[in-house]
Design a protein around this ligand. Structure first.
Ligand SMILES: [Mg+2]
Length: 247
């Protein structure tokens, strides 16, 4: 383990790092459809054609999120709108469906133990703190707002606004610029070995893997990518607190 040099800036991933996300997206989507179009859900299951349209739409929009934003479109609305059009359902419900989905998804998240204490301690030690999260801006901000994390950090960066997703260097470079920070003095902490750790290290930051269990890496299927070994690995946020705030 390298000699510890405390960072002046620290970034955190959001999902599965600062918060637990226990939402079952398939269930949430079925619930939203059941509310707006009850005929599309039978015994809790979506009609296969509608479910397939929704999957296709979500995949398409994730890949085209940035083009969509350039056109001034809301990604979440567009995901539902595409699926509704394909399913010959009333597309005017797309905005409301996107909002309901985002709200319900945020309700399925909980703060990780020790998150508030850690962020409070880091801030009082003088560190600048950012969140770098992959996702749709509206959804990620809803979760951050629900848990009051916005007040505990200096900046929230959602990949949608940067034009790329982690592990792309553009995301980390954008985040460093936003906080006027240098990569050499910055850490990034996250659960994903490619998106968080490798992305951060490739950009010159210190990469910290948040790995709650021994078999943590089995949860990620990563192909054709060179994974960098983390500079530090922590089991939980208390451990990180100990590493950075004690002594
Ligand atoms: Mg994560």
């Amino acid at each position: 383990m390298p000699e510890l040099l405390r960072p002046s800036t620290i970034f955190f991933d959001l999902d599965e790092t600062l918060i637990d996300n226990t939402s079952d997206f398939s269930f949430l989507i079925a619930d939203v459809f059941k509310t707006f179009f009850p005929q599309t859900v039978v015994d809790g299951s979506m009609q296969p054609a509608v479910a397939s349209a929704m999957r296709g739409s979500a995949g398409y929009l994730w890949k085209n999120m940035f083009a969509c934003r350039e056109e001034g479109k809301d990604a979440l609305t567009e995901i539902f709108r595409h699926a509704l059009v394909k399913s010959e359902l009333d597309e005017s419900q797309a905005v409301a469906m996107g909002r309901r989905f985002s709200y319900q998804a945020s309700q399925g998240t909980q703060l990780k133990p020790g998150a508030v204490q850690l962020l409070t301690n880091l801030r009082s030690s003088g560190m600048t703190i950012g969140i770098i999260t992959n996702g749709i801006e509206a959804m990620q901000h809803e979760k951050i707002g629900l848990h009051g994390l916005g007040e505990l950090v200096d900046k929230v960066i959602v990949s949608e606004e940067t034009g790329a997703h982690k592990p792309h260097m553009r995301v980390f470079e954008y985040a460093l610029r936003q906080l006027n920070a240098s990569a050499a003095e910055a850490w990034h902490v996250g659960d994903h070995p490619l998106n968080d750790v490798t992305g951060a290290i490739n950009c010159g930051l210190t990469g910290v893997l948040f790995a709650p269990t021994d078999d943590h890496l089995d949860n990620y299927s990563i192909e054709d990518a060179e994974i960098r070994a983390p500079d530090y690995t922590v089991r939980n946020l208390h451990e990180l607190n100990q590493l950075l705030c004690s002594g």
